[in-house]
Design a protein. Structure first.
Lengths: 112, 112, 112
C-alpha cells in the first residue's frame, strides 16, 4: 500500500503532527506500506526549507526513504529557489497535479 | 485524471489557496486532467454565494469548465436559496455523498 | 460505497461539523452508502473520550452502525486507556495505517 501526506497549512503544530503520523505509519506492522510520499504546497512548504521549522524531521523522513515533494508554483510565489530546500527534497510542477497523479496510481491520501 | 477539491473551512486565506490550486492544476501540463470539481459545504460555502468573498474566482473557475457544487444541507442550515448562489453553481443533496460518489468514480480528493 | 472521515484537529466546531456530515451522509438517498467509518487521531480524539466534547454525537453514530476508531499512538501520547473511550469505540495500531488500509479497500476519504 502507498500513502501520500498533504502539507498545506501554516500551522507548526499541524505540520509536526503530520510528520509524526508519517513516522508512525512506517512503524505500523499491521499494514504493508510500500511507499510514503509527502507533497507540500502553500504555507505547508515551511518544514521543507533549509533551517525551517520542522526541517530536522523532514531530514529524518528523507533518510527513512520517504519522498518529499515541493510544489514549484509555491516556490515561485514565495520567491524560493531549489537551493533553499532541504537537500533531497524534489520539486513537482504543481502540488495539485502531483496529488492527483499519486492518487490515480493508488496512493491513499491523508491531510493532517 | 479527475480531481475534486473540498471547501469546508471558514478561512478566507484557505479558500483562496484552494481556488488558486484548482487554477494551477488546470495549467499543469505534466498531468492529463479531464475533470475538476469543487464541492463546498459548511463554512466553505462562502465563495459560492453571489458577492461572497472569493466569488469572483468561483466565476472564473466556472468559466474554465470546472463544476462547482454546493451542499443542500448547508444551504438549508444557513437559510440560503439557490438564487443566493453564483450563477452556474450546482446543488447536491449532501456534500459527503457527492465526495463519496466522485471518489468512487476515480476522482482524486484534495482538501486545501 | 464506503466513506471514512478523518478527525484530527483540535477544533470543536470542526469536529461537530464532521459528525454532522457523517450523520447527513447516512440520510442521503442519492448515494448507496454501505459503510461509514471515523478514524480519529491527535487532537481529533476528544469526541471519542467518555464525557468529551462531542461524545454524545459519537454515541449516536455508534448506535447508527458507524465504526469509530481511535489511534493507539494517540492514546499512548495522551496517556489515555481504552477505558477512557466511549463504549463501542475500537482502537487501531495507527491512524495513518488504518486510513491507508480503508482507502486501499475502496473507501472514499473525507477530511472535515
Amino acid at each position: 500500500m502507498q500513502t501520500v501526506f498533504h502539507l498545506i497549512a501554516d500551522e507548526p503544530a499541524q505540520q509536526r503532527t503530520a510528520l509524526t503520523i508519517a513516522e508512525n505509519l512506517t512503524e505500523d506492522d499491521s499494514v504493508e506500506i510500500d511507499d510514503v510520499a509527502i507533497v507540500a504546497q502553500a504555507d505547508g512548504i515551511e518544514p521543507l526549507t533549509a533551517g525551517g521549522d520542522g526541517s530536522e524531521t523532514v531530514k529524518s523522513l528523507l533518510e527513512a526513504g520517504i519522498a518529499v515533494k515541493a510544489c514549484s508554483n509555491t516556490l515561485e510565489m514565495k520567491d524560493l529557489a531549489d537551493s533553499d530546500l532541504v537537500e533531497g527534497v524534489e520539486t513537482v510542477p504543481s502540488g495539485g497535479g502531483e496529488l492527483t497523479r499519486l492518487q490515480s496510481e493508488g496512493y491513499a491520501y491523508i491531510r493532517p
